[in-house]
Design a protein around this ligand. Structure first.
Ligand SMILES: [Zn+2]
Length: 383
């Protein structure tokens, strides 16, 4: 029996390949773990306290679902408003509108509670096969602000595996992957899946803080029928209809949809049924989410311009107008902020004792004129 000696040349080849493999693993590993971070949000002058959502539901403490809750307490008494951005993290105007409120708003009456990363876990991954960039940047005078383009649903690293069929806490039967969709999980369960525990935490927040009006910010594809609209719980319909009419007088077209009683698990239905709050959900048009879109990059996310959607609009296939100027991020954030501002104004006339008033929040006309970057805090290189 003979043993075969391995020559130095073979060893060198093996070591070189091993070294190359380690370099590739380190590089790709760093790139992958970078997705788990979400760049900072800078509390502005109106923020009086920053809490964690787990303060309302300890079951999510030390989990990837826990997230910052920004409190903006006014000097005058009044009611309480809750605003959620990032329920679906791949809807950037919703998160950015909430960020602008955190960084700019100063509340004069009542209290505003803002959660810009409502599904924080969903901000740590990106939907596969969609071609989205991991991050997108918005230029400010002192450098670019970076934001995560997240996934619609909770990161499967944090909640896995999905069941084949899921019946949510409200009794709705859903496809298995919807078990990670926060906006199908309300009112949630404190002993359920992580996403259900997260949903439960928001209902606890609404109850604990006696939230008078709760707004859940979203975006949808231009071919989706509920678009540029307020979806309102039955008890919030008067508020939504009056808001829509007043916005129309100002040249901002926002429709109203009644929350369907038979579609269970969504914020506008379950918040209104499970608590005393007036629940609304706002939608704007984001072509980056649509199935008809072309090249998917930062440019599409920010300019909202896409020639395939222009073509679809010409054929009458969309629920919003779509021209070469598209639906830029300034317009979409501006629609959310202008609608919220009008909701607060109308709510103040309906319930003066629980009025909430703010200053410093830019409206659609200001965002169109100055751009979104004018209302974002420049990046802090120390953070
Ligand atoms: Zn959404």
């Amino acid at each position: 029996m003979s043993t075969r000696r391995v020559g130095w040349g073979t060893w060198w080849t093996a070591l070189t390949l091993l070294g190359g493999l380690i370099v590739v693993l380190v590089f790709t590993g760093l790139e992958f773990t970078a997705m788990w971070s979400d760049p900072p949000i800078y509390p502005g002058p109106g923020v009086t306290e920053v809490r964690k959502l787990s303060d309302y539901a300890p079951v999510i403490a030390d989990t990837a679902a826990d997230t910052e809750v920004y409190i903006l307490q006014g000097t005058e008494p009044g009611g309480t408003v809750l605003i959620l951005g990032g329920n679906h993290p791949n809807e950037p105007a919703a998160k950015l509108a909430a960020v602008v409120i955190v960084e700019r708003a100063e509340v004069t009456s009542g209290r505003v509670i803002v959660v810009p990363r409502a599904n924080r876990s969903g901000h740590t991954c990106t939907d596969p096969h969609e071609g989205y960039p991991q991050f997108f940047e918005i230029d400010t005078p002192d450098g670019p602000r970076s934001f995560r383009y997240g996934s619609r649903a909770t990161n499967p690293i944090h909640q896995w595996p999905d069941p084949v069929i899921h019946i949510n806490a409200a009794g709705q039967t859903l496809a298995g992957q919807e078990v990670r969709n926060l906006n199908r999980a309300f009112p949630g369960r404190d002993t359920g899946y992580l996403t259900e525990q997260l949903a439960h935490a928001y209902v606890e927040l609404i109850r604990t803080e006696r939230v008078d009006l709760a707004g859940d910010l979203h975006e949808a594809s231009p071919e989706y029928p509920v678009i540029n609209a307020i979806v309102a719980h039955d008890r919030a319909m008067d508020l939504a209809v009056e808001t829509s009419m007043l916005l129309e007088l100002e040249g901002v077209r926002i429709g109203v949809e009644r929350s369907p009683a038979g579609l269970r698990g969504l914020s506008h239905r379950e918040w209104g049924d499970a608590t005393d709050t007036l629940a609304v959900l706002l939608e704007t048009a984001n072509p980056a989410q649509g199935r008809l879109r072309g090249r998917t990059d930062t440019d599409l996310i920010l300019t909202g311009q896409d020639r395939f959607y222009v073509s679809a609009a010409r054929r009458g296939l969309l629920y919003v107008p779509f021209t070469d100027s598209g639906h830029p991020i300034e317009e979409r954030v501006g629609r959310h902020l202008t609608t919220l501002d009008m909701l607060l104004a109308v709510h103040a006339t309906h319930s003066p004792e629980s009025a909430v008033r703010w200053e410093g929040v830019p409206m659609l006309t200001e965002l169109r004129a100055s751009g979104l970057s004018a209302y974002l805090t420049p990046p802090d290189p120390e953070l």
